[in-house]
Ligand binder design. Structure first.
Ligand SMILES: [Zn+2]
Length: 221
């Protein structure tokens, strides 16, 4: 499907399954960890199920919930991080896909509770600025969902303290790209910090590129 085609319920479900498998094969998670959600054209949300192997997962394993979290379709339980995804999708109507993963270098920053600095131009355009660290809350809780979702109002990624990464995007391909870019940047920053002090981008460049992110997300500068 091209980007310009109107999404269909079946199309978005297939995209969600594809991106969940890509999340595993690209190394952003291991085993059945991580989860992905996408807004369907009918307003409901399709989510990955709890504890199903990504490589054998089929469309039939996916779970559809209302934005309020009521299961409307599917024979499996939704991901235990359902509240996290729904909280972001409720708050931000321009966001249509969300991903939570345990990418290695992102999790290193999450353990030390250090933001990933916006020091690469491309990164600012796609992420909007530094990737902040949301305060620690227990996995799967409504408190975690509220805390994490609050950090992605003006950027596409946030670290979850002592846990991993949460990313938001316009569609499943976009959110996969963002999660991969943030992980790649976390690795580069981690390596660069060993070589020496990182030189920040000029503040005006960061402001300009953050504006491009806002425009790409909302259509407004
Ligand atoms: Zn997790």
């Amino acid at each position: 499907m091209s980007d310009s085609a109107e999404p269909t319920v079946a199309g978005v479900k297939q995209q969600l399954l594809d991106v969940a498998q890509e999340m595993l094969t690209s190394g952003l998670v291991q085993g059945t960890a991580g989860n992905v959600a996408a807004r369907l054209p009918d307003g409901n949300v399709v989510l990955t199920p709890s504890s199903v192997d990504y490589l054998t997962m089929t469309l039939d394993d996916l779970v559809v919930c209302s934005l309020d979290g009521e299961v409307v379709e599917g024979h499996r339980g939704p991901t235990s991080e359902k509240a996290l995804h729904l909280s972001a999708l409720r708050r931000y109507p321009e966001i249509n896909a969300t991903m939570h993963c345990h990418a290695k270098h992102c999790t290193m920053f999450a353990l030390t509770r250090r933001p990933i600095p916006a020091v690469i131009e491309e990164f600012v355009v796609y992420v909007g600025g530094d990737v902040p660290v949301a305060a620690y809350e227990t996995t799967g809780s409504d408190e975690l969902a509220e805390e994490v979702a609050g950090h992605v109002a003006d950027r596409s990624a946030v670290l979850m303290a002592n846990h991993g990464l949460f990313a938001v995007g316009k569609n499943t391909a976009d959110v996969m790209h963002i999660a991969g870019l943030v992980e790649r940047t976390a690795e580069i920053v981690w390596g660069a910090q060993r070589l020496g002090e990182i030189v920040p981008l000029p503040p005006e460049t960061n402001a300009q590129f953050a504006g491009y992110y806002r425009y790409g997300r909302t259509g407004k500068f």
